[in-house]
Design a protein around this ligand. Structure first.
Ligand code: UT7
Length: 421
């Protein structure tokens, strides 16, 4: 195994910040728009509620709050930052990067910036990438952010995905490490052959946005949950073991395990395999759901505020996600947080109730699906189709068909099969 932090300067996390939007959507709220219930969601995932950004809030808005909080904790001014890396699958727009938007908003006038896309492993990937610049002596201060507004790319009429994900942002300031603290081990992995298991099919160069991609709901997240579950359980162990081995440590040495918050059952089974009691595991999926790249830094923020992370402790971070990607980091923590800090946006308090735009979008999704089902029925039995029914959409390879990736005959379908309701 190749060490991931070059044999150069040590790198530490000098400050953490987090931010979640005020709107709280409970499981009961979601049961109003999809065929689900609180019991199913809680027992299968551990999620009770999630945060959802308002329509006018973009990823950079959450990222900015988290970044300012992290900089303040580290005692670093924005103009001292050398590099900003934003890990996200929900950038404000394809370009300019959210990192550049953030650089401007923070007034980080000296900083370079780029976005990094590794889905739910994004924060660990960004941590590893940012650490290299400091280890190599090129930069002294790197701001790493994991930020998402996944609510904007969810089909709120698809119960297989909309109950799982949430919005939020977390940030970390990386600095050269004093002796005895900082990142001790890092590991990253990827397997693109599993890319179809979790994806947003349209909106890129393979399927550029068009009236048809919108009509077919191809800009929304699609996931084969069962397969991602199996992949997660395997790769979390591999990643954790590799990062710990690099640090010369074992699971016994871990004071706190901060896993990606995707499913409580995944977290629990990994902790059991690592022989780590649940008192040493950070879990906040019940309140935020899966916030992808934001999940680990938001969990770190809460663990610092509640005093669960203290100077000198060994903290294990483990993530997995779309790509497929996975990764782990082992950090000897360098500071205590003196007083709890909020995750709420400035001046905001949690606000309950299903937002109207979600209700509307779910109704549109149902109508879209019903329309597609009617078209499919008409195509299967043209004699039964009402006069004037719209023509069947083009099939794979037929004129007018949407192009698929090379070597694959079928057009994109919902990754998990036809369960969307
Ligand atoms: O960060 C990485 C992103 N993703 C993940 O980590 C997801 C990993 N996977 C998971 O967390 C789980 O696979 C899920 C929570 C997504 C699903 O749990 P599961 O135990 O694997 O359920 P399943 O997919 O096997 O579905 C079981 C049943 C199905 O019904 P049938 O076919 O048995 O009749 C689904 O149609 O549950 C049904 N179902 C639901 N029922 C109520 C699926 N979603 C829902 C729902 N409410 N929201």
């Amino acid at each position: 195994m190749r060490p991931l932090v070059a044999a150069g300067r040590g790198v530490t996390i000098a400050g953490i910040g987090g931010c979640v939007p005020p709107s709280v959507v409970t499981n009961d709220d979601l049961a109003q728009v999809v065929e689900t219930d609180d019991e199913w969601i809680r027992t299968r995932t551990g999620i009770r509620e999630r945060r959802v950004a308002d329509p006018e809030t973009a990823t950079s808005d959450l990222a900015e709050v988290a970044a300012r909080r992290a900089l303040e904790e580290a005692g670093v001014r924005p103009d001292q930052v050398d590099l900003i890396i934003v890990a996200t699958v929900t950038p404000d727009m394809p370009f300019p990067s959210t990192a550049c938007l953030l650089q401007d908003r923070l007034g980080a006038v000296r900083a370079a910036g780029f976005d990094l896309e590794a889905a739910c492993s994004g924060f660990v990937y960004a941590l590893a990438a940012g650490a290299q610049f400091i280890a190599a002596g090129l930069y002294d201060t790197v701001l790493v952010v994991g930020a998402e507004t996944l609510s904007k790319i969810l089909d709120w009429s698809d119960r297989r995905t909309c109950v799982l994900l949430g919005d939020g942002a977390g940030a970390a300031v990386l600095r050269p490490a004093p002796p005895g603290e900082g990142i001790l081990g890092l590991y990253l992995g990827a397997d693109g052959s599993g890319g179809d298991l979790l994806k947003q099919p349209a909106g890129g160069s393979r399927l550029p946005p068009s009236a048809e991609t919108v009509a077919r709901g191809l800009h929304f997240v699609q996931m084969n949950g069962r397969e991602v579950f199996k992949f997660a359980v395997k790769t979390m162990g591999d990643a954790a073991q590799a990062a710990l081995a690099q640090a010369g440590l074992g699971f016994d040495d871990v004071d706190l395990y901060v896993p990606h918050q995707a499913n409580y059952r995944i977290i629990e089974s990994s902790a059991r395999r690592f022989d780590l009691p649940l008192e040493r595991v950070v879990v906040n999926i019940d309140r935020y759901g899966n916030t992808s790249a934001a999940s680990i830094p938001v969990a770190l923020d809460e663990a610092l505020s509640t005093g669960r992370i203290r100077a000198g402790q060994t903290v294990l971070l483990v993530a997995f996600g779309g790509g497929l990607t996975w990764g782990a980091a082992v950090v000897r923590w360098g500071y205590d947080r003196q007083a709890p800090r909020p995750l709420e946006m400035p001046g905001q308090r949690p606000r309950y109730g299903l937002p109207e735009w979600i209700r509307r979008q779910a109704a549109e999704g149902r109508a879209r699906r019903d329309g597609r089902a009617r078209l499919a029925a008409a195509a299967a039995d043209p004699a039964a189709s009402p006069a004037g029914a719209a023509p069947r959409p083009a099939g794979p390879g037929e004129p007018g068909a949407l192009p698929g990736p090379p070597g694959r005959g079928a057009p994109p379908r919902a990754a998990g099969g036809g369960d969307a309701r």
